[in-house]
Design a binder for this molecule. Structure first.
Ligand SMILES: CC(C)(COP(=O)(O)OP(=O)(O)OC[C@H]1O[C@@H](n2cnc3c(N)ncnc32)[C@H](O)[C@@H]1OP(=O)(O)O)[C@@H](O)C(=O)NCCC(=O)NCCS
Length: 161
């Protein structure tokens, strides 16, 4: 853990809204997973930068599932915030909801957890301030983020013993 003053979780909050255009869709008029993934990566990168105030790179994206289709003309709402910081890396959680603009109905489409690493001027991993979790939800996300970080370390160790 760094000695730097913790940064409130609310500081890294990002809300990003996109409209699904024909160029984003496949032959079924629903969105390509890769387009959604790039929006998720962008929302999460902005969140990690808001927290760290440093340039960041995506180190990993946890396995994720697309649980409902999103159609041409619909609106995609992404919410991101930093859940947990270890030293130079941050876990960012992103929730994606699709909105049918005609009926106003909203559907949970995907949730994703990404790890970003902050870099110093020489491009080396640099320490990041811890997250100050203030609400019950933020505390729950911080604990869950810490558990997922342990799991990722275990999995990396298993892959590269
Ligand atoms: C991410 C990167 C900076 C890590 O560099 P590294 O030399 O492995 O650095 P370290 O081993 O010191 O690890 C730095 C931190 O990253 C974390 N990390 C490294 N690889 C990771 C991975 N695959 N998943 C999650 N975290 C990872 C480490 O756990 C460490 O976290 P901590 O400081 O909070 O304990 C480096 O691998 C890189 O530049 N990757 C390419 C990033 C990129 O270009 N992304 C865009 C998409 S391709």
């Amino acid at each position: 853990m760094s000695n730097v003053k913790p940064v409130p979780a609310s500081q890294s909050h990002v809300i990003m809204t996109e409209l699904v255009l024909p160029s984003h869709t496949n032959a079924l008029n629903s969105i390509f997973g890769g387009v959604l993934l790039s929006w998720i990566d962008i929302a999460a990168a902005i969140s990690a930068q808001r927290h760290s105030k440093m340039p960041v790179v995506t180190a990993s994206i946890d396995a994720m599932n697309f649980v409902a289709p999103v159609y041409k003309g619909w609106v995609v709402n992404l919410k991101a915030s930093v859940n947990f910081v270890s030293k130079t890396s941050m876990e960012v959680g992103v929730r994606v909801d699709a909105e049918n603009p005609i009926t106003g109905e909203c559907f949970h489409t995907a949730s994703a957890y990404l790890t970003f690493v902050a870099l110093d001027r020489d491009g080396r991993p640099a320490p990041v301030p811890p997250v100050l979790a203030e609400t019950e939800d933020q505390k729950r996300r911080q604990k869950a983020g810490e558990r997922r970080r342990q799991l990722r370390l275990q999995q990396r160790q298993e892959r590269n013993p």
